[in-house]
Design a protein. Structure first.
Length: 138
């Protein structure tokens, strides 16, 4: 099997979020490398999938739909609430209807990240308490 170098870009990431990613990368990989973290998470996700994956054809198709202004406004509000573009949100809605497994929105992924970071801190605190209890003299 040959290896390929793939480049991708994450847009609209503020400096606080970037630093959080570096912190999370350090905790997960031992290095503050966001790209190493992304690589590990992507490969981990691939390993979790047991079903056969069809290769991506490289082709996407454009679909045009007509909506009245009220529906369009409502979609734009929902997309904004989920921190997604309108196009990305509509694509997400279609994929969630077609998917056999639940899909997470951008906002849900952010909340999951935050809860995982909190769990990581709680785990560290528990380990520190256990170490303190184990090393204290009666």
């Amino acid at each position: 099997m040959t290896t390929r170098e793939v480049h991708f870009r994450v847009r609209n990431l503020n400096s606080d979020d970037y630093e959080k990613l570096r912190y999370f990368a350090k905790a997960e990989t031992g290095k503050a490398s966001v790209s190493l973290l992304a690589r590990r998470l992507l490969l981990k996700e691939l390993a979790l999938k047991n079903h056969a994956i069809k290769p991506f054809s490289g082709q996407t198709n454009r679909v045009e739909i007509r909506l009245d202004q009220r529906d369009l406004d409502q979609l734009q509000e929902r997309a904004l609430a989920e921190n997604m573009t309108l196009n990305g949100y509509i694509s997400f809605l279609m994929q969630s209807v077609l998917a056999t497994e639940p899909l997470l929105t951008t906002k849900e992924v952010e909340v999951l990240y935050q809860s995982n970071a909190q769990l990581l801190r709680i785990g560290r605190n528990i380990n520190q308490i256990a170490k303190s209890l184990n090393t204290s003299t009666p």
